[in-house]
Design a protein around this ligand. Structure first.
Ligand code: SF4
Length: 459
């Protein structure tokens, strides 16, 4: 099980083809105006407890193996090199290795693997073929952990009530005592971020390093990220709007989720948050949250596959490289004409839209225009090979301002540890009290950890 993995995109990910909900039925859908689990209803699950057909198989995760190292050490003197034959860690038998973690890393084996990426559906065959031609080839990395969603389908799918979202910080956890091993959470999660431990017979997942958070430390993956691409902070949101937001048509989902996040400086929000038992320190930390800036203020961080309707609380600043430079007459042109390259990008913009905006190309183009404006604006300042009037034009096209671009640049490139990870001082006693308070009133506001991946920081 890989709670925290990095995938090459285009690619089929881990477990392979997890994004194909026709196959896995993960996440939510709107049926007859109601928000329903794609997997099943709770009562339907009860009838199917002994049989869950929507699970990835061992081959989808890969069969773990080791090698017969003894054959190397104990081989008799001979003319040919001894070989360490691979053996399955499941059956103990010799095996032919056909897949493994990151098998298609850096497009290894493409177009056999990457061409099957579900996000390429709808890309014409010709263009799909061109994607893997040498002069066009481009890929990027997608780091994936549990999104600690605001509307987690894993929680709703669990018939035992073993998986839950903590009231004080929104972290989604599996109770190892209550878990009965039915694995509905594995099927229900469209991101396939719950894993089944065959040794313990229990489900397991990313815990967002809550023991570290409770002592004021950033989760280990975020702390140790050498690229410094991970940020973490609190956001306040209107929990009463979750269902309504998750039911919106695909093209409204991104904006509706942004709207659900509340302005932590608004006196009315502060008053209501306090009335609902949210601690002053939590409100203070929501005001300093880098996540709030990227997602709500600058609008350049997006959820992965919003159409799964789980309202993921992990947001991505989409990578710029795959859309800079374009194909002209079948030749890759890396000129600085960033804005026009959006129409004919190396990696089709519809691919990025399929990942981050439920297919809405205009929405992701707006993000890219701002990011391109930032690149041109800063290049004009630091390299000096772009005239001021071109930089000013770029700022205008990006629908932004020099002040906003300076702020994005600073937080993305220069921010220190304390600005990247803004963790309120959780005391367990206060947190437990808060859970009681936030669970009782019908009208309540919620708070939760949000985090972002800014895969391309080199502005
Ligand atoms: Fe649950 Fe995490 Fe999957 Fe969201 S990403 S549905 S919180 S396991």
């Amino acid at each position: 099980m890989w709670w925290n993995n990095v995938e090459t995109k285009p690619g089929t990910g881990y477990p392979t083809l997890y994004e194909d909900q026709e196959e896995y039925h993960g996440g939510w859908e709107v049926r007859d105006g109601e928000l329903k689990l794609r997997l099943n209803t709770r009562s339907g699950e009860l009838f199917n407890l002994g049989f869950n057909p929507r699970l990835p198989s061992l081959d989808d995760y890969y069969e773990p193996w080791t090698y017969k190292y003894d054959d190397l050490f104990n081989a008799p003197l001979q003319q040919i090199q001894p070989i360490a034959t691979p053996v399955s860690l499941v059956t103990g038998k010799e095996m032919e290795i056909e897949a493994g973690p990151n098998w298609d890393d850096d497009l290894g084996g493409s177009p056999i693997y990457a061409a099957n990426d579900p996000n390429l559906n709808g890309v014409p065959d010709d263009e799909r073929r061109q994607l893997f031609e040498m002069e066009r080839i481009v890929y990027f990395y997608l780091p994936r952990i549990c999104n600690h969603c605001a509307n987690p389908s894993c929680v709703a799918a669990c018939p035992a009530g073993a998986i839950y979202k903590r009231g004080e910080d929104g972290i989604v956890l599996v109770s190892q005592e209550k878990c009965m091993g039915w694995r509905m959470c594995v099927s229900g999660c469209p991101y396939k971020k719950v894993y089944f431990n065959w040794s313990t017979g229990k489900a397991e997942k990313c815990i967002l390093c809550y023991p570290r958070l409770e002592t004021g430390q950033a989760p280990a993956c975020m702390h140790s990220c050498v690229g410094r691409i991970r940020y973490l902070g609190m956001v306040l949101y209107d929990a009463d709007r979750i269902e309504e937001v998750a039911k919106r048509p695909d093209h409204e989902l991104v904006d509706a989720q942004r709207d659900m996040i509340l302005d932590p400086f608004d006196p009315q929000v502060i008053r209501e948050a306090k009335e609902n038992g949210i601690d002053d320190k939590v409100i203070e930390s929501a005001q300093k949250s880098p996540v709030y800036q990227y997602v709500k203020v600058w609008k350049i961080a997006l959820p992965l596959h919003p159409e799964f309707r789980t309202l993921p609380m992990l947001f991505y600043v989409p990578p710029l490289l795959p859309v800079t430079g374009s194909m002209n007459d079948e030749i890759y042109d890396s000129s600085r004409d960033f804005f026009s390259s959006l129409e004919n990008a190396r990696l089709p913009i519809r691919y990025m839209a399929s990942l981050f905006t439920a297919g809405d190309e205009e929405k992701i183009k707006a993000v890219y225009r701002k990011m391109m404006a930032l690149r041109i604006y800063k290049r004009a300042q630091t390299v000096g090979d772009i005239p001021d009037h071109e930089a000013a034009e770029a700022v205008e096209k990006g629908l932004t301002t020099p002040e906003e671009l300076d702020a994005i640049y600073r937080l993305t490139s220069l921010a220190g540890f304390d600005e990247r990870f803004v963790i309120p001082p959780f005391a367990r006693e206060a947190a437990i009290e808060l859970v009681h308070l936030t669970q009782t009133p019908a009208d309540r506001s919620g708070s939760g950890m949000g985090f972002i991946h800014a895969p391309e920081r080199g502005l």
